[in-house]
Design a protein around this ligand. Structure first.
Ligand SMILES: [Mn+2]
Length: 360
């Protein structure tokens, strides 16, 4: 049987990292990627889709988003969706559930479903983890036992909501701990104990600039109580990418723009790009970041520019410079201060002396 492990979809997310119109488009794209997952599940004969929490982004999610999602799930029958709640689902009122959407009753205890092919599926909502009775967990040795929840792995035994106490889950015949909460998919193998492993599925689409890289879901194939195959698949429309551009060798704005443009192109023009300018730049280089952002915006879905480049000052050459500029540089160099503060003072001061606009 085939099982999908997904979660952290964050439907209805406000996408604050993007301007209003682009945020709206991304909200639709994320819903569409979830819909594509359900279509993929149905067409590929997937038996169960595990949603490891945060299907929705919070209590403010509109009724329309909830209804649309439930309709998407209903349309994917006979695929069954097993959904635990995460810390962002809030108290989303789902209303009448589709028959193929199964939740885990929030009684403070885990619930186990027995699936075909000797598979068991146990789950508990993230906020119930604080009171979970780990001792009561008993899973058959000759089954493939999946445990799904929403929380962060901890190597201690202090129970709390959204905390999975790894030591308490060990030697309980768990084969696959399907987690949500951390938005980066686990690519390597993280051992739960000598038998099982744990894994975060990550989100389906990157949203903020802290969610760079490929996003997707895991597909497991289990045959008669044994894992036969597993893979990571992506249906994401876009990725969030961070690209660094060293501007040390740029002499003009246009050289800078061309370096930035080729970096943006290498990241894929359909993507969301955080462009980080780095290196050291010569004093009279016009950086003009707002112009750069506008001109790059045709080459990516959205570009955010972060300037980490530092002004390059040749103190030796300034030694005998009798101008105001030389005097200013020598003065700033004379005082003991944090280097980053010195760089900032020099940058602003030199711009002021050159009669340029200062952006404080
Ligand atoms: Mn989340």
């Amino acid at each position: 049987m085939k099982i999908i492990h997904t979660g952290d979809v964050h439907l209805g997310s406000s996408m604050l990292a993007l301007p209003t119109e682009k945020a709206k488009i991304r909200r639709v794209e994320i819903a569409d990627t979830f819909r594509k997952l359900t279509v993929y599940a149905k067409e590929s004969g997937v038996d169960a889709v595990l949603i490891a929490g945060d299907l929705f982004d919070g209590e403010k999610v509109s009724r329309a988003v909830v209804d649309e999602t439930l309709a998407t799930i209903r349309a994917a029958a006979p695929v069954r969706f097993f959904c635990v709640f995460g810390n962002h689902d809030g108290k989303t009122e789902l209303g009448e559930l589709p028959e193929n959407l199964l939740l885990f009753p929030n009684t403070g205890r885990q619930t186990t479903y027995v699936l075909p092919e000797r598979v068991t599926l146990t789950g508990i909502d993230g906020d119930a983890l604080g009171g979970m009775d780990y001792q009561a967990l008993q899973l058959p040795e000759d089954h493939y036992n999946i445990f799904v929840t929403h929380g962060e792995i901890a190597n201690h035994t202090r129970r709390d909501q959204d905390v999975v106490c790894l030591p308490l889950l060990q030697n309980k015949n768990v084969d696959y701990l399907a987690l949500g909460h951390i938005h980066v998919p686990t690519t390597g193998v993280e051992r739960l104990d000598s038998r099982g492993k744990y894994r975060y599925c990550g989100c389906l689409e990157g949203r903020g600039f802290d969610e760079c890289g490929v996003r997707g879901f895991f597909l497991l194939e289990i045959e008669n109580g044994r894992l036969k195959d597993e893979k990571f698949l992506s249906l994401a429309k876009r990725t969030v990418q961070e690209v660094r551009v060293d501007i040390s060798s740029c002499h003009t704005y246009f050289e800078l723009e061309s370096a930035a443009l080729s970096a943006a192109r290498s990241a894929g023009e359909e993507n969301i790009i955080k462009l980080v300018l780095c290196g050291t730049y010569q004093e009279n280089l016009r950086k003009d970041l707002s112009v750069l952002k506008t001109r790059l915006s045709d080459h990516a879905f959205f570009v955010k520019i972060e300037d980490c480049s530092k002004l390059r000052i040749d103190y030796e050459a300034c030694k005998n410079d009798v101008s105001e500029r030389g005097e200013f540089i020598r003065e700033v160099k004379r005082y003991a201060m944090d280097e980053s503060l010195r760089e900032e003072i020099l940058e602003v001061g030199l711009k002021a002396l050159a009669g340029e606009e200062i952006d404080l």
